[in-house]
Design a binder for this molecule. Structure first.
Ligand SMILES: [Cu+2]
Length: 372
């Protein structure tokens, strides 16, 4: 007889999960030894914060490796994604799109508890690109509504890595409905430039880019569905067309503009981490640059310098460091300008400080040509 969770997961997936768990349990001696070592490590419990902000963390680690505990709670909820009130039946970790960024150091252990409240409709899990092991831990975290599960993985590679939901048979739907975030694994001694010289940031912002596929009615208007389940068929059809209706930062057109703009001061160095779990993108700071850019987000590689636009592959997160030299409102865009201006992929950075005339000045204000 099928248990409830096997029925929900599908028998094949259930069998695969069982085989995987059996394989994990097949080396008890090794597992016990490792567990004993890990049990002596210090533990830190981190409270995650909603993007674009990132929880407090050290840039250079003090002390040895530790176990860092995080919790994600799945929230299935309708979310407004533009200024016209277009509403998507979203699936999220902790209620935000993107999901919160988790920061650890290389050699630390990430211990993640995934909670799927009884009130949800769907099974969920997490595939951590930062983790090593089958499916990025997804099968070990398959939780039905009313369940929770915990995994631990060692952060062995430094960089910014996407994590996303990956339930059997409906991975892209969960991902484009909002279920992705980023883990940043810092080198224990912090970031470094191409010559190995230490780099530090004064602020960090996490920009999660998503493309949405909202079905339209016969009049071309975006449809609103009563439930997640109701939205599935038509959303899948829209997804298969591969033409997004929205391309947004942080879950909504304008989520990071105007009053919600990111802030910085002249002279401050800002680390921008930019993820896209599903589709390629091209971050660009209008009026600024990427002083040091890890396009692939992997800190073992030397950063590229002085980039104008950088490329973040779908399914990855990149990191760019920039020291602001002029005040003003900078637009931070996906430099596919149609996606930036028409579909929503624009953010603002409000920078305060003193203008440097040497770097730029208006030599002659606009005037009628006859005045020359
Ligand atoms: Cu999910």
């Amino acid at each position: 007889m099928l248990t409830r969770r096997e029925a929900l997961l599908g028998t094949a997936a259930g069998a695969a999960a069982a085989a995987l768990l059996a394989a994990t349990a097949a080396t008890p001696a090794l597992a016990e030894v490792q567990a004993a070592d890990i049990s002596t490590l210090p533990r830190e419990k981190v409270t995650l914060v909603a993007p674009p902000f990132v929880h407090d963390h050290q840039q250079v680690a003090t002390g040895g490796p530790k176990v860092v505990e995080f919790q994600l709670t799945v929230k299935e909820q309708p979310m407004v994604i533009d200024d016209d009130g277009t509403t998507m039946q979203a699936m999220t970790y902790n209620g935000s799109i993107p999901a919160p960024m988790m920061v650890v150091h290389e050699g630390d252990y990430v211990e993640l508890t995934l909670v799927n409240p009884e009130t949800n409709e769907m099974p969920h899990n997490v595939d951590f690109h930062a983790a090593t092991g089958a499916l990025g831990g997804a099968k070990l975290l398959d939780v039905n509504p009313g369940e929770h599960a915990t995994i631990r993985f060692k952060a062995t590679r430094a960089g910014t890595f996407v994590y996303h939901c990956a339930p059997a048979g409906m991975i892209p739907w969960h991902v484009v409905s909002g279920m992705s975030g980023t883990v940043m694994v810092l080198p224990r001694d912090g970031l470094k430039d191409e010559a190995g010289k230490p780099l530090k940031y004064d602020r960090i912002y996490y920009i999660g880019e998503n493309e949405f596929y909202i079905p339209r009615d016969e009049n071309g208007k975006f449809k609103k569905f009563d439930s997640l389940g109701d939205s599935y068929d038509e959303t899948l059809k829209a997804m298969r067309g591969l033409i997004p209706t929205h391309v947004v930062f942080n879950g909504k057109v304008g989520a990071l503009t105007g009053d919600n703009a990111m802030k910085a001061n002249v002279g401050e160095t800002v680390l921008f981490v930019h993820s896209q779990a599903n589709r390629d993108t091209r971050p660009h700071i209008i009026g600024g640059h990427g002083d040091h850019v890890w396009e692939q987000g992997k800190f073992a590689n030397p950063p590229a310098k002085d980039l104008e636009t950088w490329f973040v592959r779908g399914g990855s997160a990149g990191a760019a460091l920039y020291t602001f030299l002029q005040p003003g409102i900078y637009a931070y865009v996906n430099h596919n300008l149609i996606e930036a201006a028409e579909l929503g992929a624009t953010a603002h950075i409000m920078v305060e400080g003193k203008w440097n005339d040497d770097l730029m000045t208006q030599v002659k204000a606009p005037a009628p040509i006859a005045a020359y």
